[in-house]
Ligand binder design. Structure first.
Ligand code: ZN
Length: 143
């Protein structure tokens, strides 16, 4: 099922950890509605960078979030965050493009120089930008 023209429910809920452990990862109606909003923002990102966007992890229910270590706050749990890469550029380039755009994100985190955590907000998007690496933890901005 497509949530928007280029993003499917399957890719927004897929989790290797969930499959491996035979744990269902189905969103409730509220999370599904959030995922639709998230996909609309991902469509903006796709158009911005002119490249397909790969979703490495988006929705995680409580069980799946625990399976993967529960490192993130609750944005993935409610369907308001996705970890993404772009086929045509590095994670840093993708993060820079989104940061420099007018896209209304809540939180943008360049994670381990390998993917971008993009979270949206239902009310007031903060446009908070951070970088996280092993050893340094969370730093402000793109470092
Ligand atoms: Zn994330």
């Amino acid at each position: 099922m497509f949530l928007t023209p280029h993003f499917t429910l399957k890719e927004m809920t897929f989790s290797q950890a969930a499959v491996r452990n035979a744990v269902p990862n189905d969103p409730d109606p509220e999370a599904l509605a959030n995922l639709r909003l998230l996909c609309e923002v991902l469509e903006q990102v796709r158009a911005l960078v002119g490249s397909p966007i790969l979703i490495t992890s988006a929705f995680r229910n409580e069980a799946v979030n625990q399976l993967v270590g529960g490192v993130h706050n609750s944005a993935h749990r409610t369907g308001l965050a996705a970890d993404i890469c772009a086929k045509a550029m590095t994670a840093r380039q993708l993060a820079e493009c989104i940061r420099d755009s007018s896209i209304a994100f809540d939180q943008l985190i360049l994670e381990f120089d390998s993917w971008v955590h993009l979270a949206i907000s239902l009310d007031n998007p903060r446009r908070q930008v951070m970088t996280v690496r092993k050893g340094t933890g969370y730093l402000p901005g793109l470092q």
